[in-house]
Design a protein around this ligand. Structure first.
Ligand SMILES: [Zn+2]
Length: 105
């Protein structure tokens, strides 16, 4: 009889433990789902901000004084000269400007 009782207790404990493990797994999955939902809720806002930045109407364009190219201000090479900022499409154009317009004067 004692052997059967101890087997019963082992089975009962095993059942209890597996239930606890399942409960922990369910909580972890729920937390993961909540996190995903939060990310999904935040994502559309970020995408909206990104598309606004890429809107051509909002991008400021500047002219390269050397080669005449029109370029995005944020991507242009800059040079501060005689109280003004000049923009160039490339480092070469910037160097050309320095050599031709600044060193001569
Ligand atoms: Zn240029």
């Amino acid at each position: 009889m004692e052997l059967i009782q101890s087997i019963f207790w082992i089975l009962a404990l095993w059942w209890l433990l597996s239930n606890v493990v399942t409960a922990i797994k369910v909580i972890q999955i729920q937390k993961a789902i909540e996190k995903n939902n939060e990310l999904n809720r935040n994502q559309p806002k970020n995408i909206e901000l990104d598309t606004k930045a890429d809107d051509p109407a909002e991008v400021e364009m500047v002219e390269d004084k050397v080669c005449g190219k029109v370029i995005e201000k944020s991507r242009a090479y800059q040079l501060f000269h005689e109280g003004k900022l000049f923009y160039f499409c490339s480092w070469d154009c910037r160097q050309t400007y320095i050599q031709e317009y600044i060193k001569q004067s």
